[in-house]
Design a protein. Sequence first.
Length: 131
Amino acid sequence: MRILVVEDTVLKYVDICRNIKRCCDAEFTQAKTLDEAKRIIEEMPSDRPFDLFVTDMYYPLKAGGEDSESGFKFIGLVNERGLEIPIIICSTIKYRAEDMKNVIGSVQYNKRVDIGQEFEELIKKVKGDER
């Protein structure tokens, strides 16, 4: 499974990858800014697209800046380009995902919660293993 993780904090990125690897074999690419995510998507080979996007909701648009809307802008970018790639939100806030196109769920990043179990349930949706 090829996964693009849009997250600017190294420790959180590593934690996300470690928890996803608990439930599936995955190859990860990291984008630390919205501009970097756009570039990676533009360069994504059509014969080998990503299987999943994981996005934080607060990270820089460009190197050196912050934006509280960056996660929403990333989701908008995916939808504007017509990409039918599922998105998981992973943020310190649990977002309601039902009304966001391509968003299959939200994982609240919190050291007191087993995010691995939450990712496992959402990865089952991506793989079609839902029971």
